[in-house]
Design a protein around this ligand. Sequence first.
Ligand SMILES: Nc1ncnc2c1ncn2[C@@H]1O[C@H](COP(=O)(O)OP(=O)(O)OP(=O)(O)O)[C@@H](O)[C@H]1O
Ligand SMILES: [Mg+2]
Length: 384
Amino acid sequence: MPHRRPVPIARVGFVGGGQLARMMVKAARRLGCWTLVLDPTPRSPAGQVSDEQIVGAFHDPDALRQLAERVDVVTLDLEDVDTASLRQLQAEGTTVRPDPALLAVLQDKLTQKQRFADAGFPTLPFVACPEPGPEAFEAFGYPLVQKARRGGYDGRGVAILRGPESLDRMLPVPSLLERFVADAREVSVLVARGVDGDVRSYPPTEMTFRAGDNVLDLLVSPARLPERLTDRCTELARAVVDELDGVGIFGVEFFIDRDDKAWINEIAPRPHNSGHHTFEACATDQFEQHLRAVLGLPLGSTEQFVPAALVNLLGAGTGRGAPVVEGLHEALAMPGVSVHLYGKREARPGRKMGHVTVVDRDRDVAMDRARAVRATLKIGAEES
Ligand SMILES: Nc1ncnc2c1ncn2[C@@H]1O[C@H](COP(=O)(O)OP(=O)(O)OP(=O)(O)O)[C@@H](O)[C@H]1O
Ligand SMILES: [Mg+2]
């Protein structure tokens, strides 16, 4: 007997209404779900496309309870969530995926790394650093990377300290210290894992950086890696998500050092920026895949049919205000270009306002065209 279910097939609640939730909501509605978003900003990016939104704080236990009471499954847009409240709701019968107990481990960079190390995964040497300062740094040795355990500080959660002269970059919060990898290549692998333990991974994506200033240039998929490293990263990513018993989609970030050794950097328990191209390039996009996983539906094919390059659209200029987009016609006139704007009602310098995917049978053409788009398409606050 084929499965039968009434439509909507499920009611899905999202903690957080940013761009990731926006793209998940669209996927959920395509699949025949009803959606509800919790976000403090009225008409948030996800709220605009959702059946309904609750306007409330992510950390407000009452708002979380209101969300839980109206849906069949709760999932999230961000990892900085109130896991204690979510565990309480879970104990009372709400389905929360991924599991709040796992989120609690992952939202603290120290417990996350400890978990990788305990399970025998290659992660860079590190120590806990409850009181950052010159003594702790000397003891660990420069160059090092200081990472805030939680949430970051002034929007900064990572400080690269090359020597005592860079002490002014220090973050005054409980942290971990990690070995610095010179000339690291950065790769990520998206892995979906279902309720039944089925695991599917996408081809690795590479983050490229501009020579000189090390600013993120663009994302390219499949990553330009020798087959051995593609296989190694894929195998590690699948194994770590399996080991964590994760349900949903996970972005597993790697560093590859000069000796071609792959180190697991961190895991994001949600759709990831490095997987946005799956929407145009793969049989099943990461957002739908996440929904399939958290709803207990069969996972889809992760096959990638065409190479892709991706650039983020960051708020330009210096002011904040209603966004204005420039160069849209010119960008859309280029072949293989898809523009995604997130519906944020205020542009601010550096804020992620959207992204552009470029697909082409030739990966180098896709990369060149993505750079051309970035030089053409701008979004920023209207100048008064
Ligand atoms: N050990 C390291 N060696 C060299 N570079 C590093 C190291 N750790 C972090 N970085 C650099 O800092 C960036 C951010 O680090 P990380 O991914 O750990 O933090 P994050 O807060 O999750 O940042 P993001 O949100 O950008 O992923 C990395 O993408 C990398 O460019
Ligand atoms: Mg990261």
